[in-house]
Design a protein around this ligand. Structure first.
Ligand SMILES: Nc1ncnc2c1ncn2[C@@H]1O[C@H](COP(=O)(O)OP(=O)(O)OP(=O)(O)O)[C@@H](O)[C@H]1O
Length: 626
């Protein structure tokens, strides 16, 4: 968001002439640029954007413009061509004034008039081509950037997203990425073409009368001072607007995502008031921007008027003494009428650039977050394993938390076996799964898959061997078929139906309005809990991994539904290594081995993370078989 644009650079060749013919020769096209209303730059906290480094921004993102630089270069060339046409057209206007209007020689009118028309057409085409190519380059750059940031976030453990508010991450992937584009892509084109326009219009004015040009150029710093005075205030107002916009989006996102909770607890009024309070903050921030925009235009107009009055005064004197023609004066004034907005634009660009760099800081922060767990350099592909799991003296504390969650945890589970992990809430059962999937590595001990330490395997191949059925069934908003095939997008419809039959999905899916193509709604909310669970089981069957982790698979299901799910679950478990996390021993299959996990007592500490250091046992063991 920048200050209101004082005047577009290449709005058409007639504009300068209209201004010149007008009484005050003042550019009257000032319009407050409506602030772009985006998602927030900062949703997670109230602090404004951190310090910026433009050089760092270019170092980080310039390589992403590879393949697009020709588009940007062509954008510059066409925009510069359009500006040159403007320069030539103004010159023609001066010529027509002196050779046709003053002398009343109508014959001399036609040639310059047609050339002028030709220039207007050329400028129009060049201007169109310039803005189209720049937009194309800019949009493609955005695509590359967004893909890159999103792909990076996907390499980070789920903890990264869990610790942040969704709105904040969304803002980084949308607004902030856009801000970078405005600096490194189209912004750069704008800077170059605006600077070129300044040189052209100033050069043309100097060409007509260098001494007069020097006098009027002396007033240029006034524009820069005004821009500077307004810029800092505008930046603060814009940052505040983004912060309150973000807060508002967060309230909206949370309120809509938790609508059933809001309505069940009769909190509709409270949620509306929360939105209203944030909306008022947004309103205030926008009003500050509005009055700054409103004031900026007239302030600039006064300076422009002052400049043009000086030109007219000095010009009249020069004409009277025969050193300047009327056409020369009008062309001179027209060049200045084009030059001042261009200078002003440069001042505003500094603001746009600094704002854009603020957004880029937030994206760089994401990109510089390194995954806690990476593949070892000599990591090997696991291939399809037998699925034998061994936890060998595993100890773990979440980063930043001194107190360990797991301590000296040992157990094994082999193919065809069901190991039930049970214990009080918070004992660390789900943490075991995160370690098994290598979202984290243990601080001590090791986890083996078919006898190989999982730190020696690539994460991708390790995870291909493990299927997790989460406590909260996770579905996407696609169709029933999409959700089952998520496990293997290349699966045929027959394979999907086979998995669906084994999971008890087929009967209810057939009865849905569009069968397997019926949308399941946001997070599968158009289905019942039991149906969602069975779709998740079908997905797991289709995936066919040797290790299966069931995290409270019956949570939220009534007895009848739980019984319906039990059959498909047992089919799914058959022949696999199953870790069943549950508090509810009613659904534990016969012959299952039970491992009870106790919370680590308070006051127990864990040595700092030393991956690869031989295991040193702690006192006691928080794992046992009851
Ligand atoms: N990302 C995290 N960062 C820090 N602490 C965490 C994180 N996730 C879980 N914890 C903490 O680790 C402990 C164990 O959590 P975990 O989810 O493994 O327990 P659980 O045995 O699965 O509990 P439940 O039966 O209630 O699901 C808890 O005290 C929890 O607060």
């Amino acid at each position: 968001m920048g200050l209101p644009q004082a005047a577009p650079l290449a709005p058409g060749l007639l504009r300068p002439c209209c201004q010149v013919v007008g009484v005050l020769l003042v550019d009257s096209t000032h319009e407050g640029r409506r602030p772009v209303r985006r998602l927030s730059l900062n949703v997670s906290g109230r602090e404004l954007a951190p310090a910026i480094s433009i050089r760092r921004t270019f170092r980080e993102f310039w390589p992403d413009t590879r393949g697009l630089r020709r588009l940007f270069a062509a954008g510059v060339v066409f925009a510069v061509l359009a500006a040159l046409c403007e320069v030539a057209a103004i010159r023609l206007f001066g010529y027509i004034t002196d050779e046709v209007l003053t002398t009343r020689q109508l014959d001399a009118f036609w040639v310059p008039a047609f050339v002028w028309l030709g220039l207007a057409a050329l400028a129009g085409v060049a201007s169109f081509a310039g803005s189209y190519l720049t937009a194309l380059g800019g949009e493609r750059f955005l695509l590359v950037l967004r893909d890159r940031v999103y792909a990076h976030i996907q390499t980070l453990a789920p903890e990264f997203a869990e610790k942040r508010r969704l709105g904040d991450l969304m803002a980084r992937l949308t607004d902030d990425v856009e801000a970078i584009e405005e600096l490194v892509g189209s912004g750069l084109v704008r800077i170059i073409t605006t600077a070129a326009s300044v040189v052209f219009f100033a050069g043309a004015a100097f060409f007509i009368r260098w001494d007069l040009a020097l006098v009027t150029m002396a007033l240029i710093p006034l524009f820069l001072v005004v821009s500077k005075v307004f810029a800092s205030r505008f930046r603060t107002a814009a940052a505040r607007e983004r912060t309150s916009n973000g807060a508002m989006n967060s309230v909206l996102e949370e309120g809509l995502a938790n609508q059933p909770l809001v309505q069940a607890y009769n909190r509709q009024g409270a949620e509306s008031r929360r939105l209203h309070a944030e909306g008022r903050g947004w309103l205030r921030a926008n009003m500050t921007q509005a009055w700054l925009s409103g004031l900026y235009g007239p302030a600039v107009q006064v300076i422009e008027t002052l400049c043009l009055i000086v030109i007219l005064g000095v010009g009249a004197w020069e004409i009277a003494s025969g050193r300047l023609t009327i056409g020369g004066l009008l062309a001179f004034a027209a060049y200045l009428a084009m030059l001042y907005p261009a200078v002003q634009s440069l001042g505003e660009l500094a603001l746009t650039v600094s704002e854009a760099a603020a957004g880029s800081d937030r994206v760089i922060e994401v990109l510089s977050t390194k995954p806690r767990v990476t593949d070892a350099e000599d990591a090997v592909e696991a291939g399809r394993t037998g699925g034998r799991i061994e936890f060998d003296g595993v100890g773990f504390a979440y980063p930043g938390r001194g107190r360990p969650v797991l301590r000296n945890m040992s157990f094994t589970a082999g193919p065809g076996e069901v190991v039930v992990l049970t214990g009080p809430s918070g004992a660390g059962k789900s943490t075991l799964v995160k370690l098994l999937l290598r979202f984290y590595d243990p601080d001590s001990g090791r986890i083996l898959l078919d006898g190989t330490d999982i730190r020696r395997l690539t994460r991708r191949s390790l995870r291909e061997n493990v299927t997790v059925l989460q406590q909260e069934t996770l579905l996407f908003s696609g169709s029933v078929r999409d959700n089952i095939a998520y496990a293997r997008p290349d699966a045929s419809l027959d394979e999907v139906i086979k998995a669906a039959e084994a999971a008890g999905v087929h009967d209810f899916a057939k009865a849905l309005p569009q069968g397997y193509d019926t949308p399941v709604g946001q997070r599968g909310r158009l289905l019942s809990g039991g149906q969602r669970q069975r779709i998740a089981i079908a997905r797991a069957i289709l995936r066919d991994a040797p290790v299966l982790v069931l995290d409270e698979p019956m949570t939220g299901l009534d007895e009848v539904t739980a019984a319906q799910v039990m059959g498909p679950l047992q089919r799914l478990m058959a022949g696999r290594t199953t870790l069943l996390i549950t508090h509810d021993m009613r659904h534990v299959p016969e012959g299952a081995r039970v491992v009870r996990i106790e919370p680590v007592p308070r006051g127990e500490r864990i040595p700092l993370r030393r991956v690869g250091v031989p295991f040193r046992p702690f006192r006691g063991n928080n794992c046992g078989t009851p």
